[in-house]
Design a protein around this ligand. Structure first.
Ligand SMILES: [Zn+2]
Length: 398
């Protein structure tokens, strides 16, 4: 019995020697920190995304504020245009009543002119009749005047009287004509004034339309700005949501990073309690064959194939796969810089997955002899802040 143990021990020693010759450069510490590194990288990514979202929000907020100030400016312009349109409307009203009045005057003037023309016409007619009468009666009258005249003086006197009548008629006609001319001039003046008023009115009408079209233009601009503002607000909201999501994610990862399962207590024995023999202890030693300085990263606990391996402490599985010289391996991160490694697990004996949280004492694997091993045993390592430490300092005495 003692011989068998010794033989096993010596084989184990050679295996361990080989394992550590080979495993010396094995990046175990880095791998045990892989999960943390991933989480830290994730945090970094989240920080960058947060920064980007903040920049976007800032830009959008600035755009939104520009949009609002443009809207405000346009609204002020609209108010000004409203005022201008009111003013114009009032001016047009005043002008319209002026036009109405002037049109009445123009009508009156036209009537006056008609009357004056009629008077001139009438006077002309009278004069023509008078002359005709004088002429028609003239021969007899004229002869009569001559014949019935007592003398030449009388004749002249009678002739003169007739001439005076005609001259008076002509004089009246002349006065009527002057009167007509005055009335016509006055009418022309009124017509001109009316035309001016109408031109002014047309000008105001044109201005009013111009104001109205400017008004409409601004309304359209404001409507478009308003819909743009809604878009900006939606986008800002979207980024706000993203930011709060990122904060949640950040906190979750931080919590995960800070999760401590091991708080300094004694680790659970990783095998059923009857398997307490340590075939190879932790630490440096001179190899019995080569006489060279060697180092064993953990303790070897011989047990039959298929013996249950327990988690020494609660934690998160960060590795559960074939792992070089350790063969099928499980590494559990217990937080607080503490992790444990279980090596040489039998084929198909890994019962957990990377990322899985396990409880202290939970079955995680089964003993085997995969990797650089010649006998069934559990290689058990404890890592503190990435360094191998003596598991016996953390395990209760068995
Ligand atoms: Zn070992």
């Amino acid at each position: 019995m003692k011989r068998t143990q010794q033989k096993w021990f010596s084989i184990g020693t050679i295996v361990l020697f080989l394992l550590f010759l080979w495993g010396g450069s094995y990046p175990l510490a880095a791998s045990s920190n892989t999960n943390e590194a991933k989480l830290r990288a994730e945090l970094e990514r989240i920080k960058q995304e947060q920064a980007r979202a903040k920049v976007m929000t800032q830009q959008l907020t600035q755009k939104l504020s520009q949009n609002k100030s443009t809207q405000k400016k346009l609204n002020q312009e609209i108010q000004y245009l409203d005022m201008k349109m009111n003013e114009t409307e009032q001016s047009m009203k005043r002008l319209q009543s002026d036009i109405d009045e002037t049109e009445k005057k123009a009508q009156q003037a036209a009537a006056d002119l008609d009357a004056a023309e009629a008077r001139v016409e009438e006077r002309n007619r009278l004069l023509r009749e008078r002359v005709k009468a004088l002429y028609v009666h003239g021969k007899t009258s004229y002869l009569e005047v001559v014949l019935t005249s007592k003398d030449f003086t009388d004749f002249l006197s009678r002739l003169d009287m007739m001439g005076k009548i005609v001259a008076h008629d002509q004089d009246l006609l002349e006065k009527n004509k002057q009167d007509q001319a005055l009335i016509a001039a006055k009418k022309q003046e009124i017509d001109q004034y009316l035309a001016d008023l109408k031109q002014k009115y047309a000008e105001l009408e044109r201005k009013k339309q111009e104001f109205a079209s400017m008004h409409k233009e601004r309304r359209v601009q404001i409507a478009s700005l308003q819909s743009q503002a809604v878009d900006y607000e939606k986008e800002i909201e979207k980024y706000d949501e993203q930011l709060s999501q990122l904060v949640k994610e950040y906190n979750r990862i931080n919590q995960e990073l800070a999760k401590v399962y091991w708080t300094g207590g004694v680790l659970a024995w990783p095998l059923p309690t009857q398997y307490t023999t340590i075939s190879s202890p932790f630490g440096p030693r001179v190899h019995p064959i080569t006489k060279k300085q060697s180092f064993h990263s953990g303790i070897d606990l011989p047990a039959p194939d298929g013996t249950t391996i327990y988690a020494a402490e609660s934690g998160k599985v960060i590795l559960a796969e074939y792992y070089g010289g350790y063969g099928n391996t499980v590494i559990i991160d217990h937080g607080a810089g503490m992790s444990t490694l279980y090596g040489h697990i039998r084929p198909g004996g890994i019962k957990v997955k990377a990322g899985q949280v396990v409880e202290r004492g939970q079955k995680i694997a089964e003993v085997g002899t995969t990797g650089l091993s010649t006998g069934n045993h559990l290689h058990f390592s404890v890592l503190k802040n990435g360094d191998y430490v003596n598991p016996m300092n953390y395990l209760g005495k068995k």
